[in-house]
Write a protein that binds this ligand. Structure first.
Ligand SMILES: O=[N+]([O-])c1ccc(OS(=O)(=O)O)cc1
Length: 480
């Protein structure tokens, strides 16, 4: 008997095999002067990306111009592949199950000459992916213009892992699929790349063993696996780039401690968190652990909590380049000196800042400094069974915090674990209620404007403005 899980895994392979059969025959001797052959290949397990390999008789520049059959006026031209004999050019922004025409442009710089026009057909999305997302939006006129044309990034954490980009109508405009592992978390970087943490079946929830950075055209820009160089530990919940293009991650950190005074054993193990910075080859650049700041023996509950002492779930950079780190279990956010590792302050429960009762929070997620310089995050709100978005203006010297955003999610979207919230266009919040398989856009009063139901639970939902993905993706959900 084949389990539905197995079928789910087989389907992309079957569609891949079909794709190979159909597309690999697309090796063509072009009529262009300097083109020897053009080969079309499916891009990984992907119905809406096609790789072209253009072999030329000389060193030239090349690009591919393509359009949906019958819509030649709406042509897309790829970026230029420069000074090569063999060019690999990926076509993005394709729609599934459509006929396309294309031609290769070759020459030098702006002097490009078209070869003959050919055709290809894209394949359908895997059946199980087709109905994965649905949008509820009673009145699109209330959506911010940037949201109407922008994209939402989500991750499927189970095998097969998929990184998705959807437009505001919930259509899949881009995806990248991996087998045998899942995308635990992903960030869209300042270099317009996708930085991701992957974890296979041996890695539960948000834990992982692989760092993968991808370009929008699906090229692998970095791929580090646990066991390589100084990447010896499991990493979890977070991956981001620093200014030096290095990987900043949260890692699992274990210490053997004598917990006899707390009722434990002489050689007890406490599992805590660390920040591990790796260079692009996997060499350790910097490391910090919670044990540098706190002694487990000072925690009266350590015996109960030793399996997962603090449960860090996010790192971000403060405006001065130091780290901000949030913890689920103690409801705190710490600022850590990125050079010395010293804890500079604690925010939240039993922290250094006085917080009025209305702004006391339980568990911070997806913390970041927003466009206004405010510390912003999603609060699971387990004590009140109410999740919300909070932001604060901090005066670090005076240890004063001014509450700026305090927006409650509609009660049915209460989300007790994971989640995220980000500003979109200064007037709305894109919030991920991970446990509810829901992404919801509200105004600051918490009024729902747009909702996405997902057939998976993405750790976060991030908004990517349309400009960041141009010219690779242009499929606005709503025309202005
Ligand atoms: O169940 N999970 O997948 C899960 C639970 C907790 C969790 O940690 S949290 O701090 O992100 O809520 C992450 C993932």
């Amino acid at each position: 008997m084949i389990s539905s899980n197995k079928i789910q895994r087989l389907l992309p392979l079957l569609s891949m095999a079909a794709a190979l059969l159909l597309l690999a025959t697309g090796c063509i001797n072009s009529g262009g002067n300097d083109i020897v052959s053009i080969t079309l290949l499916p891009q990984g397990q992907n119905a809406i990306k096609v790789k072209t390999v253009v072999l030329c008789s000389d060193t030239v520049d090349a690009a591919v111009e393509y359009w949906q059959k019958g819509q030649e006026q709406q042509r897309t031209v790829t970026s230029l592949s420069e000074r090569r004999v063999s060019h690999t050019i990926v076509l993005t922004d394709l729609l599934p199950e459509k006929a396309y025409e294309y031609r290769v442009l070759t020459g030098h710089g702006k002097d490009l000459y078209p070869g003959k026009t050919y055709t290809f057909n894209t394949f359908g999305l895997p059946v199980w992916m087709k109905d994965m997302f649905s949008v509820v939006c009673p009145d699109s006129s209330v959506l911010p213009a940037a949201f109407k044309r922008g994209y939402v990034m989500l991750t499927r954490r189970e095998d097969p892992g998929i990184l998705f980009l959807l437009n505001a109508k919930g259509s899949i405009v881009w995806y990248h699929q991996v087998s045998g592992t899942g995308f635990k978390v992903a960030r869209f970087t300042e270099h317009n790349t996708f930085l991701t943490l992957l974890g296979g079946p041996g890695y539960e929830t948000s834990y992982g063993d692989q760092i993968l950075e991808l370009s929008v055209t699906g090229d692998t820009l970095a791929n580090l696996k646990k066991g390589q160089q100084d990447f010896k530990q499991t990493i979890h919940h977070e991956i981001l780039l620093d200014q030096a293009n290095q990987f900043v991650t949260l890692c699992v950190e274990e210490r053997v401690c004598d917990l006899r005074s707390k009722g434990g054993s002489k050689q007890d193990t406490v599992k805590g968190d660390g920040i591990l910075v790796l260079d692009r080859q996997g060499k350790q650049v910097w490391k910090w652990t919670v044990f540098d700041v706190l002694d487990p023996l000072d925690d009266k509950n350590i015996l109960k909590e030793k399996q997962d002492w603090m449960h860090a779930n996010c790192i971000a950079f403060d405006t001065d380049g130091n780290y901000l780190i949030s913890f689920y279990n103690n409801g705190q956010i710490w600022k850590i000196d990125a050079r010395t590792g010293k804890r500079l302050w604690t925010f939240g429960k039993n922290g250094d800042f006085n917080l009025p009762a209305a702004s006391l929070f339980d568990q911070a997620h997806a913390l970041h400094i927003n466009e206004h310089g405010e510390l912003m995050f999603f609060d699971n709100g387990v004590s009140k069974k109410t999740s919300r978005t909070l932001s604060f203006k901090l005066d670090e010297n005076k240890r004063q915090a001014t509450l700026c955003i305090n927006t409650t999610l509609p009660p049915e979207n209460y989300n007790e674990r994971m989640g995220s919230s980000y500003l979109v266009s200064d007037t709305t919040l894109l919030q991920c209620a991970t446990k509810r398989n829901t992404v919801i856009l509200t105004n600051f009063q918490g009024r729902f404007l747009w909702l996405l139901r997902t057939g998976m639970s993405s750790y976060r939902a991030s908004f990517i403005p349309a400009e960041k993905l141009a010219p690779y993706i242009h499929q606005p959900g709503y025309e202005q």
